[in-house]
Design a protein around this ligand. Sequence first.
Ligand code: BTN
Length: 225
Amino acid sequence: RPYRYLGHTTSTQDVLRQWAEDGAPEGAVVLAERQSAGRGRMGRPWISTPGSSLTFSLLLRPRSPIALLPLAVGVALREAVGLGGLKWPNDLLAPDGRKLAGILVEARVGTSSPGLVILGIGLNVRPPVPPGAAALSEFGPVNRAELLARLLEELENQYENLSKPERILEDWKKYSVTLGQEVTVKTPRGELRGRALDLAEDGALVVESQGATERIAAGDVSLIG
Ligand code: BTN
């Protein structure tokens, strides 16, 4: 597999995007020990401690629809790590609810050429971790290289599953810690509180709030209670 391993960079997302523009093939990986401008979902920064995380980006050039890709990647992460639960759309939480890993899906939009997706994963492997986060090593011994290999393999499996959407939804639900819970959801259009009921076929979160059923396509969920 073509990859670049960097000691220090701004964001693996940006390095891989540049490489993609220069012709990197699907499956190319950029891995870094330290990022000075790591980013998360919804415009947040992503802080990972040098040497104690798995911080990488993976290039995809999908030919099928990618609505379920964020959920599929969450499933891959959960399968590779072997513990924890998924908070919609794809945060991996430790059994006690602290965040173990986050996923960022950045797609190139607005062109007629084949799609390009830069998938970013940040997984806390060993302490120290940012306040409120968890590290995988708290739950058992971890070998970073083996974990990365397993994760790339699971990502490949789930990527192939994009042609079987029911399968992805079913697997995601199996690992969900979101469905059935009281939640608050921050969306680009505002905040709402209610009960997370289900996933829609396109991966949206179905929330019942004040007697109405809302479909959330993008947002940030907090579990209450
Ligand atoms: C989130 O939970 O908000 C998503 C976090 C994604 C972080 C990863 S670390 C590797 C890649 N490079 C970045 O700048 N972000 C992603």
